[in-house]
Design a protein around this ligand. Structure first.
Ligand SMILES: Nc1ncnc2c1ncn2[C@@H]1O[C@H](COP(=O)(O)OP(=O)(O)OP(=O)(O)O)[C@@H](O)[C@H]1O
Ligand SMILES: [Mg+2]
Length: 330
């Protein structure tokens, strides 16, 4: 039986001319995909810089897999334009996909064949150099010692790694991985994360979809947050977090007077007196200057400040803030 695998292997020859220096690894404008009345991808504008790990983050049913399937030409968009590595698709799909490795849903292979044999079949459909990349790719994903075992004997984590090896035999500039952490235990997630980071360190771009906020935060440089087909925010993680409310812990003398003082200023902080001093929440969009202003107000009022620390908001709390402002995530 032929695998229904979505590991993309395109036979068009790769030459240096197919490389392009355009800025974006993935660019979409007004991309729409409907299933009847259900708009799975709703006017998506996506700009994925080259050479980064980019997370497409959203809850179940947000339209992540659908977007990836549209990008890869596995299903047709109803509206909009897109390009991969600077090549418009679907017009130049073969040229673009020759430099793209992708895993959609979970990678599927011939279970009765070995890992190596599966890669040999995929390499046979590609340029000559692909065969030479089988051994290094297996080694790269840590499967060299299990390469001659049947895939039916592989664990989920090993299948995921074989999926990445299958991508690597095409020496891709762009990898698109749909939920690469799915089904992996914590150690497997850790390995996958390291592998993604090392692929990015080589100058490749990795786009991954995930509903795991924590994993995206740890793995990706930039992120698009998608909910019900709509990208509601995108940017670097540090920029997105800069738009979150700032939380401060303040250890000072006279905490009750400090609380009253800070609440009466135009900073707009909401303050609680906790066991470790004051917990101050500054409003959304507050810049670093507001932190200095908090310190100034206290000191000028004769309150001693022993410690003033910014609490790093996690992407998760930011995500919850954004989605609750928009009426609640699923
Ligand atoms: N082939 C299809 N036919 C009809 N509806 C579909 C089809 N594929 C997806 N959908 C619908 O499109 C929406 C988005 O689905 P999609 O699989 O893209 O979400 P997802 O973000 O990948 O979710 P998950 O996290 O569960 O993988 C859902 O409402 C889903 O029911
Ligand atoms: Mg999905």
């Amino acid at each position: 039986m032929a695998p229904q695998g979505m590991t993309i292997a395109v036979t068009s020859p790769v030459d240096s001319q197919s490389r392009t220096d355009r800025q974006w690894a993935v660019e979409t404008h007004g991309l729409v995909k409907r299933f009847g009345n259900n708009v799975a991808v709703n006017g998506v504008e996506l700009l994925v810089p080259r050479g980064c790990a980019f997370g497409y983050l959203g809850p179940n049913g947000a339209g992540k897999t659908t977007l990836i399937r549209v990008l890869l030409g596995l299903t047709r968009a109803d509206a909009g334009t897109m390009s991969l590595l600077g090549h418009p698709v679907p017009q130049q799909r073969a040229v673009a996909l020759a430099r793209v490795g992708a895993i959609v849903d979970e990678p599927r292979f011939h279970g009765h064949l070995t890992g190596r044999q599966n890669l040999q079949i995929l390499a046979a459909a590609r340029e000559r150099e692909a065969r030479d990349r089988i051994a290094p790719s297996l080694e790269r994903v840590g499967l060299q010692h299990r390469a001659n075992d049947k895939v039916s004997k592989y664990s989920m984590g090993m299948r995921q790694r074989l999926g990445v090896a299958a991508c690597l035999i095409g020496d891709p500039e762009l990898l698109i991985l749909d939920e690469p952490m799915n089904g992996l235990d914590p150690a497997g997630m850790h390995e996958m994360r390291d592998m993604i980071l090392s692929l990015v360190a080589e100058g490749r771009t990795v786009v991954l979809s995930s509903h795991l906020l924590d994993e995206v935060e740890r793995t990706c440089d930039a992120v698009a947050i998608v909910d019900r087909g709509n990208v509601i925010r995108q940017g670097t993680i540090s920029d997105l977090l800069a738009g979150a409310s700032v939380e401060l812990q303040i250890d000072c003398s006279e905490p009750d007077r400090a609380k009253g003082l800070l609440e009466s200023t135009k900073i707009g902080a909401s303050i609680e007196v906790g066991p470790r001093g004051l917990d101050a929440k500054l409003p959304l969009g507050t810049g670093r200057e507001a932190i200095a202003e908090v310190n100034r107000q206290l000191v000028e009022a004769g309150i001693s400040v022993y410690r003033l620390q910014e609490v790093q908001a996690s992407l998760e709390s930011w995500f919850l803030q954004v989605t609750s402002r928009l009426g609640g995530a699923e």
